[in-house]
Design a protein around this ligand. Structure first.
Ligand SMILES: [Zn+2]
Ligand SMILES: [Zn+2]
Length: 1021
């Protein structure tokens, strides 16, 4: 062979590395795949990479990953020379820790083992591209729109070495004729055959060259003057072949026993053969040993950026930022991410349907604001709001969207910017209009305008898919109810009483018997059943709901609106996901349901002070003034003439249906007994809110409605787009601002007299060891938190992680401060008040005596109630790093935070008004409390899937990691030294409290504490 024996040969073969270039499009496609399809599944994904053609003679070509790389390979065009396809594997982990922990050496070995198996089995002869497997590992950080990745092109490493005997430009090795013929053959080969990266080149004595498949090797052995093993070489260096040669030579040696290989590094420029850069050479490779053992795994190299012989420990991932191209679309995707994450483990939300559904909101007041916002959180994007009023000063703390500058502005105008600044994608129309009410005669001069309003409402109901009845007067719900029943539209009623509520969906309209299109015939034949032959469910006029109705929203318990809005929107979302939608039968408590969103009741009734929630089912009443067949028939026959008659003649509906009038007394008898609060006193209570996320925003707002005027908020985060959907106070203008600052501004906008301040700070957490240079800062945070707890009267624990509640719990117990915890699971919530701190036995005169004398009772001699950690059998530790995104983010049903916040604020106010305050014993629903304020439970747990509400009572555990006397004594003795030890030593708390021993004992080996983790809200998105 020409060139053999030239200077520098023989020598060890060195190869030119291949560089992987992954398009941003690929990572965006992976992000979607992960979010929409894969969920928590992190199994390997088959992926296709492409050799890109070389564009410049002086640069090597690279290996390309594109959006279509995720599409199975058979779907790709393999004829395209620009995309020589290679099969690979993508491992995308669920979190950063998983990515860091991937065993990179092992992954590479697994790949080379596959290559070796394909060589041995002869698979490579049929599909030579199998020699070029590649591996990509990645972590798609969906929350931050980043991707971290590394790529590897695994090469087999054996105990024998490849020696390069010669290497020269092909144009020097071959004659001019040979070069010419070879070029022609290569061009034909490119045109007619599927692209393969490995092939044979044969040259006969008359210089004619042909290119063949590897599998033809046996047939052409010995028939040619020159037989070269060709491969597509991405490189451009004249002194070394591309990396593909290593596995190629291993194949030729192992499979075909060729010890000396004449190879042809085929190089192209812009898709044309370039024989001046192409190389021809010879290499020898003595057969390695051991490879034929089926269990033999060769060594491997190939991680991009890692020098051969170096470990993978120092590997740095490549980082791709996906935030860029279309901010508007990206923002909308961020807003919907929490709904997509619901699909990972719980329930695939029909985002398409939700974005299409047109919802009409009647009323833009207390309920209207909350319902509109929560509908957007559920992904509803088409809203029409009807209201006749304007924003007034007292509305600002009650009607969650309005701010100071809206005073005097019609609500339907004011609400639009507030909805859009939370969700720019929402299409919202505001219509200022009175809703005509029955039994209120109109003067002849107003007749025409009332008729217009009736017509307008008729059009609006017909044009929408669902109607929410949220007006402040009971009678104004009559006409919409009638129209919805006639048009068979979804209607949801939310009724606020003084302290109790009703949320219901109206039944479907009646089925028409017979098939005639003639109007008069239809009227005669309305069925008592709906179109699916189910018995029709009732409407809000079918029963006694009016008795509940409280027409003075100022006399409704703060917190009730949030609870009711949350339930109304959840009921609606549940109904939309039912195959029968409006026709779905009403579920009652205890019914088994397969559906992941749980039960679909007809009516929900509840009372905050009694801590009860019940599901009821009522069928459409034959006497109903709004949905009965008598009324509907008359309406269908006479249309708006009938409506105008009902408006003008107070007794007309009564005569028609035989039932008494619609109007109910405005008085709210329960209110007289329920309010005994000294409003001066509540405005002096200093509340500390830990967490300014979903719960923090709602709780802060409701507390102001309760009369609280001294608020301090602590949060370490900043507002990001995905927060806007769920965290009720923030708007687009807050992007990037610290939550602790933004929330204060929004609270002041609603109530200028509030004395509010925010602290941007991280709450130190147990089991999160800190480095020596962080220690001083963390210690300072601990001290600051201690001061904050000491200077407030009540502390709300609303943080994102379980472990961040530990230190505040300990501090509250130590200081004997009111502590209220609200925590969200996916569809359940926990609201609890922590027990009082321990009393002291005897009269301790010095500090050391105090330690041993903590009582198991509180200062009033009552058994201490438990804290958030009392039921745990493990100490709080780092709960985030190792989890999948949906676990890291609070994946909760959108209405849940409103409900929990309403309950938390309500529990707090009742506790304040209780004569024993923090020492009040825990009450259980059903027991008569005797107190006019109602029940004061210790814990409330509610679920949306079962629509139940439990009141629970638990006492402080002697093993508790946060409130037990052993922990408290240690804290009192050692102060912040103790806290820092807890932070730095993950097992210290368990050892101290005896949990370690408890866990070892048989009795606790079966403890099912995993359910408890469902109560966690971790990192908010
Ligand atoms: Zn009815
Ligand atoms: Zn406890």
């Amino acid at each position: 062979m020409a060139g053999a024996g030239a200077a520098g040969f023989p020598r060890e073969v060195l190869v030119e590395e291949l560089q992987c270039i992954a398009d941003v499009g690929l990572w965006d496609a992976l992000r979607r795949l992960k979010l929409d399809v894969l969920g928590t599944d992190d199994s390997p994904i088959p992926i296709t990479g492409y050799y890109a053609p070389r564009l410049f003679r002086k640069l090597p070509s690279f290996f390309n990953l594109r959006p279509e790389s995720l599409v199975p390979r058979s779907h790709n065009s393999i004829r395209d020379r620009n995309k020589c396809p290679i099969a690979g594997t993508l491992m995308n982990t669920n979190n950063m820790r998983g990515f860091q922990n991937l065993d990179r050496e092992q992954l590479l070995k697994a790949e080379v083992k596959k290559i070796l198996d394909d060589i041995m089995s002869g698979e490579v002869e049929e599909e030579p591209a199998l020699l070029l497997r590649f591996v990509v590992i990645s972590f798609a950080d969906l929350k931050n729109w980043k991707v971290y990745y590394n790529a590897a092109f695994p090469s087999l490493v054996f105990n024998s070495k490849i020696t390069l005997l010669s290497l020269q430009p092909a144009s020097k090795v071959l004659t001019k004729e040979e070069v010419m013929f070879l070029c022609t053959s290569l061009l034909q080969w490119i045109d007619i055959s599927a692209v393969v990266p490995f092939f044979l080149v044969s040259i006969t004595s008359d210089s004619s060259a042909s290119v063949r498949q590897l599998r033809d090797w046996k047939a052409c052995k010995g028939n040619y003057q020159k037989l070269l093993f060709g491969f597509y070489d991405h490189g451009c260096r004249s002194d070394r072949p591309g990396m593909a040669i290593i596995n190629y030579i291993a194949f030729l040696s192992i499979r075909w026993k060729i010890e000396k290989v004449q190879f042809f590094c085929y190089r192209e420029v812009r898709g044309r053969p370039d024989l001046e850069q192409s190389l021809i050479g010879e290499a020898s490779f003595p057969p390695p040993y051991g490879w034929d053992d089926p269990d033999y795994v060769p060594d491997a190299i190939g991680w991009e950026g890692v020098e051969p012989g170096k470990g993978t420990e120092e590997m740095k991932p490549k980082e791709i930022d996906l935030q860029s191209s279309n901010p508007a679309i990206q923002d909308e995707e961020k807003q919907l991410m929490h709904l997509k994450l619901m699909g990972w483990r719980h329930f695939p939300v029909d985002l398409e349907k939700l974005s299409r559904v047109r919802v009409l909101l009647l009323g833009a007041g207390t309920l209207g604001c909350e319902v509109a916002r929560l509908l957007m959180t559920w992904g509803v994007r088409k809203l029409t709001v009807v209201d006749s009023g304007s924003v007034a000063t007292p509305d600002l703390v009650k009607q969650s969207l309005y701010i100071d500058k809206d005073r005097g502005v019609p609500r339907v105008s004011a609400i639009i910017p507030h909805l859009k600044e939370r969700c720019p994608a929402v299409e919202v129309e505001g219509i200022q209009m009175e809703i005509p009410v029955p039994g209120h005669p109109v003067s002849p001069s107003k007749m025409a305008s009332v008729l217009d309003e009736c017509k307008h409402l008729q059009t609006l109901v017909a044009a929408n898919d669902a109607v929410f009845l949220l007006t402040d007067t009971w009678e104004s719900r009559w006409l919409p109810t009638l129209l919805c029943a006639s048009e068979n539209k979804i209607a949801i009623t939310a009724v606020l009483g003084c302290d109790s509520y009703l949320v219901m969906r109206h039944g479907a309209g009646p089925r028409t018997c017979g098939g005639t299109d003639e109007v008069p015939a239809q009227i005669e034949s309305l069925s008592t059943e709906d179109a699916l032959s189910h018995q029709r469910l009732g409407c809000c006029f079918c029963n006694d709901a009016a008795f509940l109705f409280n027409s003075n929203p100022n006399r409704t318990l703060p917190g009730l609106t949030s609870v009711v809005s949350g339930k109304a929107v959840e009921l609606f979302a549940r109904m939309l996901h039912h195959p029968d939608e409006i026709h779905a039968p009403g579920d009652i408590a205890g019914v088994e349901t397969e559906h992941q969103l749980g039960l679909l009741p007809h009516e929900l009734r509840g009372s905050l002070p009694n801590c009860v929630l019940s599901m009821e089912l009522g069928i459409s009443s034959g006497n109903c003034t709004a949905c009965s067949i008598a009324v509907l028939s008359e309406y269908r026959r006479r249309g708006l003439d009938f409506v105008m008659q009902a408006i003008n003649y107070p007794t007309y509906l009564k005569d028609l249906t035989g039932i008494s009038d619609l109007k109910r007394p405005d008085t709210c008898p329960k209110m007289l007994t329920s309010i005994s609060v000294n409003s001066d006193k509540i405005s002096d209570v200093r509340c500390l809110l830990l967490g300014a996320g979903t719960l923090g925003c709602d709780v802060a707002r409701i507390l102001m409605d309760c009369g609280v005027r001294k608020l301090t908020v602590v949060d370490s985060g900043r507002v990001v787009v995905s927060n806007l959907a769920r965290q009720s106070l923030y708007t687009s203008d807050d992007r990037g601002a610290p939550k602790a600052t933004a929330i204060i501004r929004h609270l002041v906008e609603r109530c200028p007299s509030v004395d509010a301040q925010g602290f941007q700070m991280e709450i130190p957490m147990p089991g999160h060891p800190v480095s020596p240079n962080e220690a001083a800062g963390v210690l300072q945070d601990c001290k600051r938190l201690k001061e904050l707890v000491a200077s407030h009267d009540a502390i709300f624990l609303l943080t994102d992680t379980r472990e961040s509640r530990w230190l505040p719990t300990l501090l509250c117990t130590d200081e004997n401060k009111i502590a209220i915890t609200a925590a969200l699971g996916y569809d359940s919530y926990l609201v609890m008040r922590h027990g009082a701190g321990p009393g002291i036995i005897g009269e301790a005169s010095n500090v050391t005596a105090v330690e041993d004398k903590l009582s198991t009772k509180d200062a009033l001699g009552r058994q201490r109630l438990g804290c958030y950690f009392c039921n745990d059998v493990v100490a709080p530790v780092d709960s985030v790093s190792n989890r999948t995104l949906d676990q890291q983010c609070t994946v909760t049903r959108p209405g849940l935070a409103s409900i929990a916040s309403g309950c938390a604020a309500d529990l707090f106010t009742r506790m304040l008004r209780h004569p024993s305050g923090i020492h009040a014993p825990g009450e259980i629903a059903g027991a008569s409390s005797g107190h006019p304020l109602g029940l004061l439970p210790h814990q409330m747990r509610g679920s949306l899937s079962q629509y139940n509400l439990l009141t629970l009572l638990g006492y402080s555990s002697s093993n508790c990691t946060a409130c037990s006397n052993v922990v408290l004594s240690e804290y009192r003795r050692r102060g912040m030294d103790f806290v820092m030890q807890v932070i730095n030593e993950p097992t210290y708390l368990e050892d101290l409290t005896g949990l370690t021993d408890l866990m070892k004992s048989a009795a606790y080996s079966e403890v099912e504490w995993v359910d408890e983790t469902d109560e966690e809200d971790v990192v908010e998105i």
